[in-house]
Design a protein around this ligand. Structure first.
Ligand SMILES: Nc1ncnc2c1ncn2[C@@H]1O[C@H](COP(=O)(O)OP(=O)(O)O)[C@@H](O)[C@H]1O
Ligand SMILES: [Mg+2]
Length: 241
């Protein structure tokens, strides 16, 4: 689970960095090309260092292309890592996730209830990402309950094209001033070593990527409900090879 967390965080980070670096890289390439054009002009012929300059610019351009290869690889890596759109049985997937966590929960007298809509249509989505999303939400719910309580994982359909996943707990809840910050990367109220504050930002990223939205409803000591609304068909990621 930690590994999956790290990979997802790394994917997001590398995509961000690759995009950020690509822009200045394109400008460096552009400007170096422009200088090459200037040096190739008639008026530049008698410039003493013309040869050295031209040679140097060639190296600069070659190296920017090398950087471009690296950022391209990073982007493709992140892409491959998280866009496998297949048919998914959401109830079965959530049942598995609950199955993984419920033994540990039972040791803390926490019951995880399944409240599944058995008529749910099959989705076309990314099961690995959905699993990650559910794991993060249920883990947070278990943390919030601490012991003696209940977590309910539910599904239902919404209209003809959407499904809704809810993860509801009766734990310590979220204060109003924290409520709008919980999806921020690195926001955590947990002690060091317990929480990295990445879980919900990853959930947010996944929900968005799969064409959906994630919202939260909570108050202090009133528990929390996370609601993820997703399209039955995740948008245009049918895989490019
Ligand atoms: N079910 C929940 N009940 C109460 N607080 C929650 C719940 N889920 C998330 N939070 C709050 O949001 C913060 C961020 O969650 P998350 O991004 O998963 O990071 P982490 O779990 O590592 O702290 C948590 O530290 C906690 O304060
Ligand atoms: Mg968490």
């Amino acid at each position: 689970m930690i590994q999956a967390h790290k990979l997802a965080a790394f994917g997001q980070l590398s995509t961000g960095v690759a995009h950020e670096i690509n822009n200045p890289l394109a400008i460096i390439n552009e400007e170096a090309g422009w200088l090459q054009d200037l040096l190739a002009k008639e008026e530049s012929r008698d410039f003493t260092y013309c040869g050295e300059f031209t040679e140097s610019l060639r190296t600069i351009i070659k190296q920017t292309h090398r950087c471009g290869d690296i950022t391209g690889k990073l982007l493709r890596f992140a892409e491959n890592m998280d866009s496998y759109i297949r048919e998914v049985d959401l109830n079965e997937l959530l049942d598995e996730v609950v199955g993984i966590l419920e033994k540990d929960a039972a040791l803390r007298s926490i019951v995880i209830e399944r409240d599944f809509d058995t008529d749910l249509s099959r989705m076309h989505s990314d099961s690995a990402q959905l699993r990650q999303l559910a794991l993060n939400l249920v883990n947070n719910a278990l943390d919030a309950v601490e012991r003696d309580g209940k977590v309910v994982v539910g599904t239902r359909s919404k209209g003809a094209d959407w499904v809704v996943i809810t993860v509801k707990d009766d734990g310590y809840g979220i204060s109003t001033d924290h409520l709008h910050r919980v999806f921020e990367p690195f926001f955590t109220t947990k002690p060091p070593g317990k929480g990295a504050g990445l879980g919900l930002s990853i959930c947010y990223g996944i929900a968005t990527k799969l064409g959906g939205v994630i919202t939260v409803d909570s108050a202090v000591a009133k528990g929390a409900t996370f609601t993820v609304t997703l399209p039955l068909r995740a948008p245009g990621q049918e895989m490019i090879g």
